[in-house]
Design a protein around this ligand. Sequence first.
Ligand code: FES
Ligand SMILES: [Fe+2]
Length: 393
Amino acid sequence: MSEAVRTILQTNAEAAAAPPREAGREADAGFLWDFWYPAVRSAEIRRQKLVTAMLLEAPLVLGRTSDGKAFAMRDSCPHRGMPLSYGRLDGQVVECCYHGWRFDACSGRCVEIPSLTSQDKLRVERIFAGHYPCEERDGYVWVYMSSSSRTASDTSRGRIDADSEPGSRPPEAIPAAPALAVFSEKYKIIHLSCELPSHVDQGIIGLMDPAHGPFVHQSWFWRKRASIHEKAKQFEPIPNGFRMSPHQPSANSAPYRLLAKMTGETVATTIDFVLPNLRTEIDRSGKLWFSSRATVTPVRGDLCRIDFVAAWNLPLPIAIFRPFAKKFLRQDQLTMIQQAEGLKYNPHLMLIDDADRQAKWYFALKANLLESRRTGAPMVHPISGPVTLRWRS
Ligand code: FES
Ligand SMILES: [Fe+2]
């Protein structure tokens, strides 16, 4: 057997073994729970409007109380499952459209069951609609998809609190929701999003795939197929992810050349990937900066969504940047739509070195995180130290 064939077979076996699977129904979907995910844009929830979203196959209803606080509940009445989004929001309270049960929007606690008589003993305040932590950042409403929502007895599924007063349990240690890095007081910001008909893993490895650039994103302003050349990039481990160490960006990218020309200083680019789904890129040159974040959020097993936000203080009008970014995203979306056709037939996939090494790291990070959660042992980082990857793009 030739070395090349052996490598391909070996890589095939690795690839097949790569996607981690948790035990249990939700786990089979390959989602990562206990992380923040962007659910909707902040601007979508206003006044008395109830808005629906789906994250990790969980139906959500979101809104804003009269004092401006965003909330997220499971879109299912704990009485008989009516989506709460068909009901109405009245300042602080969400009322189900079916039998009028009323729930405090910020805690999910039931505050009224209209059918009860003075004879009834049911303690309504012990009934909870499913409820999720919720924070707003960078124009998104982020929802913390707690793994405890996967058990029927938890708050996020709706529950009757049998013996403990709600709130008497120690609150889960929940980190702050992610925020885009910005480096000056004034800046421009844009948001774009698109849906991909694929599992979140495919969306993510598509996001971190360096080799598709010259083929999928061919254009005069970005790069041409003829400009493919060999690259060597240094990577290092960071908590829950990896970093492409600060470097001078690719000389064949017009925007970077422009930036260097404007400041007369070198451009340093740092690109991070962090579980569950965040890719951030920061470009800095003198006082000028450009910062962006793309997240790939699982909606269902066969659907994910890219949310892209970028901020900058460069003299770059939004009206110029937006169409380029849109086109770029659209090219990725079209590619993923086409790829989904092929993936329907469950093909064997290959991840090759070094161009697909970041995809392998993603699968390894995910598997090691799940393993550490399962055993309680510290997570083993799949990357032991700085490493240089080489590819042509
Ligand atoms: S289903 Fe919601 S009140 Fe009955
Ligand atoms: Fe792309």
